[in-house]
Ligand binder design. Structure first.
Ligand SMILES: Nc1ncnc2c1ncn2[C@@H]1O[C@H](COP(=O)(O)OP(=O)(O)O)[C@@H](O)[C@H]1O
Ligand SMILES: [Mg+2]
Length: 328
């Protein structure tokens, strides 16, 4: 998947409100990209926009490039794909685990039928659909799958519903899985199991994964590359080890300080202030009014350009020059 200069604005009038401004990233087969940032920074809408899932209007989506590389069909230009191709990619080539269980599980249908429908729609070549559904339920760790086929979503616990959603997302045989905060609603033990499941499936299928989270703590163990978003902009991205060891942007540093460490009794630092609403975004760096390291008036006036600090590690910040900060 390659995304270049993705922009999303809302509003049908002459002055739409720009929310996502120039987001670029790529993720390869077998790789996990973590998309990180506080709530409201545009992670979900960025993911939804890739396959045309944002209602338009009010959303307006533009980009220089959105290309999906499928393992069979080569490159698909999602920016110009006709609806028929888009429907095939959505749920087929690209599987979603939505943030809201209600967005993927229909309360009035049995889970076996829902998963079967996804298999039928995207993989007509499958001969024994029932067996395939059972295999999927087994893969996502649902005990006694035969009896669960007939269950309705509300008859399952939150953790089991999450597993069913993962089974749904995998049912179309995706080359890319987009998991939007897949564990936020779950308790810590189940969280770990679900993340482990996503990771194991990635390995078995050589699938690319975009993992959306606001928790940098779960990024370390799972992701290969990390992209940090703030207020609709990507402010830092790079190999996970390098970004976590040498965070360059003051926002990334602040996020890291806000990660609970196991065994630590120290107080968690929170980031003072909150993400401004889109109408109040600064003309320069959008983090400017919360930043502890403002370098000068330029910060509030001109968006900082992306600079490469180490191989593949990019950051948009005037206060984080290329040579500084690597040995802190
Ligand atoms: N239908 C909409 N109309 C106007 N603004 C919207 C709409 N949907 C989302 N937004 C804006 O997009 C921002 C980002 O939303 P979202 O992608 O859900 O953030 P995240 O997933 O990072 O928490 C919201 O804070 C809101 O300002
Ligand atoms: Mg979200």
């Amino acid at each position: 998947m390659v995304v270049k200069n993705l922009k999303i604005s809302f509003g049908s009038g002459p002055d739409p409100v720009p929310v996502v401004a120039g987001v670029s990233f790529s993720v390869e087969a077998g790789q996990v990209l973590a998309l990180v940032g506080e709530s409201g920074c545009g992670k979900s809408i960025s993911c939804l926009s890739l396959t045309g899932l944002l209602p338009s209007p009010p959303a307006r989506v533009t980009a220089d490039e959105i290309t999906f590389y499928s393992d069979t069909g080569g490159a698909v230009d999602l920016l110009h794909a006709p609806p028929k191709v888009m429907r095939r990619v959505r749920g087929g080539g690209i599987g979603y685990i939505f943030q809201e269980p209600a967005a993927s599980l229909n309360p009035v249908f049995r889970i076996g039928d829902q998963i079967a429908e996804a298999v039928l729609l995207h993989r007509p070549e499958v001969q024994d659909v029932r067996q395939e559904v059972l295999d999927l339920l087994q893969q996502v760790g649902i005990p006694d799958p035969v009896s669960r086929l007939r269950a309705y979503p509300h008859e399952l616990s939150g953790g089991m519903q999450q597993r069913v959603m993962i089974a749904m997302a995998l049912a179309g045989g995706p080359g890319l899985l987009i998991a939007d905060e897949p564990t936020t609603a779950l308790d810590v033990t189940i969280q770990a199991q679900v993340l482990d499941l996503i990771d194991r499936t990635r390995r078995e299928r050589n699938m690319a994964v975009v993992l959306v989270t606001h928790n940098l703590g779960i990024v370390a163990g799972l992701a290969d590359v990390v992209a940090v978003m703030y207020a609709g902009q990507l402010i830092e991205r790079g190999p996970v080890a390098d970004v976590l060891a040498h965070p360059a942007h003051p926002y990334t540093r602040a996020l890291l300080k806000a990660v609970p460490r196991s065994g630590s009794s120290g107080r968690l630092e929170t980031i003072p202030g909150s993400v401004p609403p889109p109408e109040r975004f600064s003309a320069g760096c959008r983090f400017c009014d919360r930043c502890p390291r403002v370098a000068g008036p330029l910060c509030g006036q001109v968006p900082p350009p992306e600079q490469e600090r180490a191989p593949g590690h990019f950051c948009c910040c005037y206060a984080a020059p290329v040579t500084e900060g690597r040995d802190e």
